[in-house]
Each structure stands twice: as structure tokens, then as C-alpha cells.
Write a protein that binds this ligand. Structure first.
Ligand code: 9D3
Length: 233
């Protein structure tokens, strides 16, 4: 997949050189291009923001440089879905990550300052928020979206891992243990040492479900609905 990012902080995306995403890029599953918004300004100061019409504190990101950057990104990524990261967007989740992973490409616009000129929103297909907390800008949110989407691209994870993930969508993990079998007097569940793979699978499924019910009743509702089709109160 081709992903283009429009930002005033290209350096913020160095985490995408690492680990699974870094390997996905080297292997050609992800083609990531970062565009510096300041390269699309026309004035001597490379200005991307201005005072808010109507007054008030804080600057507003201007529409013209974003529109120019978008035109450039669309030349190379013509079928991409255009997404603005914004606190007012739809809340990101695994379902949306899956949907985006099936798109031809993505163009992500990272906001700054008190906000974006509303006419930027008119240039976008959707707006995404990563949750109800205030970030200083859109870059960290874009990192989250690229990470969640990239690991779902065909070939990025080892065979079967994505299917395993989808099977456990809306379910918390079961508890994991590794050596030593006894550490400072604390052991591990006997069943995991039994070698009985059927029993182990059943234990894992049961503890994952119990944990989800207890710690994340909101997720449990979704999981149960997805599995049984019934709607819990
Ligand atoms: C009403 C004042 N603030 C809105 C909550 C202004 C404001 C704060 C922070 C405007 C922009 C920002 C920068 N945040 C993002 O650009 C952002 C974000 C976020 O803050 N939380 C969760 N997801 C996202 S996606 C982009």
C-alpha cells in the first residue's frame, strides 16, 4: 500500500523505520512518503498558519499549502482515501484499521495549532481521532493509524497471525508465561506445563473471555455480538 503523509514535522515519523513497519517497508508491502507542508508555501517565511477570523488565541492552519500538498500526493497516489487526523474525527478502532487496510492508498493530513481551516475538511474523505484525550498535534495519531493498518497488509505478519488476530478481535489476550516455571515462589498455571494442547487451547479461550468480561465489558458486548449475533443489554 502507498501511504502519503502531509506534516510540518517529517522527523516525527522516524518510528516507522523500526520493527515490523520498518521491515514491511523494506519488503515493499508499504510505500511511505512524507511531504513537508512547508515545501508547499509561497512566502519567504514558509508560513502555514495564520490568525483566526473572529479573533481568539491560537493560530489556524491555512488551506492553501495543504491543498497544494494534497495535489502533489494525489498525483502519485491517485486512488488514495484522504484522511485528516482531528480531535473531531470518528474514533479509530480495529474495525476501521481493517477497512483502511483494504484501500488502494491513504493520504494522511496532520493538524497543528488550535485547529485547521474548515475548508481543509472539505478536501478530505474522512476525519479520524485516536481517542478522547488532547494531543499536541496530529502526528502521533498518524503514527498510530499507519502502525495499525500496516500490520494488516497481506504478507506483513507471519502466515496465519492476522487471521488469529481477527479471530480474537474484541477479545483481550489470555495470560502468557515463559521460563522459569517458578520465580520467587510464584508458579505458572499447571495446565500450560501439561503438554495437552486441546486442554491448553480451551484454558486460553476461557481465561481470555473471563478477563474481557471483567476488565472490558464494552469489548465483551461487541465480541459476544460478533460471535452469537445476540445483543446484550
Ligand atoms: C477545543 C480545543 N481543542 C480541541 C480538543 C483544540 C485542539 C487541541 C489539540 C485542536 C487540535 C489539537 C491537536 N490534536 C490533534 O490534532 C489530533 C488528536 C487529538 O488531540 N486527540 C485524539 N486524536 C487526535 S487526531 C489529531
Amino acid at each position: 500500500m502507498r501511504i502519503d503523509i502531509i506534516t510540518i514535522f517529517p522527523e516525527a515519523f522516524s518510528p516507522l523505520d523500526l520493527s515490523i513497519i520498518g521491515r514491511a517497508r523494506e519488503a515493499g508491502f508499504l510505500d511511505l512518503q512524507i511531504h513537508n507542508l512547508r515545501d508547499f508555501t509561497t512566502d519567504r517565511h514558509r508560513k502555514v498558519d495564520d490568525k483566526s477570523f473572529g479573533g481568539g488565541v491560537g493560530m489556524v492552519m491555512m488551506v492553501a499549502p495543504v491543498a497544494k500538498a494534497l495535489e502533489k500526493a494525489r498525483e502519485v497516489n491517485p486512488k488514495a482515501e484522504i484522511i485528516m487526523l482531528s480531535p473531531a474525527g470518528q474514533i479509530f478502532n480495529q474495525e476501521l484499521a481493517r477497512k483502511l487496510s483494504r484501500k488502494k492508498g491513504l493520504i494522511l493530513i496532520c493538524g497543528h495549532y488550535e485547529g485547521m481551516d474548515e475548508r481543509i475538511a472539505d478536501l478530505c474523505d474522512r476525519q479520524i481521532s485516536i481517542g478522547d484525550y488532547v494531543l499536541s498535534a496530529g502526528e502521533t495519531a498518524a503514527l498510530v493509524v499507519v502502525d495499525a493498518v500496516t500490520r494488516l497488509l497481506p504478507g506483513v505478519l507471519p502466515e496465519g497471525a492476522a487471521e488469529q488476530d481477527s479471530f480474537s478481535d474484541n477479545l483481550l489476550d489470555w495470560p502468557h508465561y515463559t521460563r522459569p516455571a517458578r520465580w520467587r515462589g510464584v508458579g505458572v498455571p499447571e495446565v500450560l506445563l501439561s503438554g495437552d494442547h486441546k486442554k491448553i487451547a480451551a484454558w486460553r479461550q476461557k481465561t481470555a473471555e473471563e478477563r474481557t468480561k471483567k476488565l472490558r465489558p464494552d469489548l465483551w458486548k461487541k465480541y459476544d455480538h460478533q460471535k452469537t449475533g445476540r445483543t446484550l443489554p
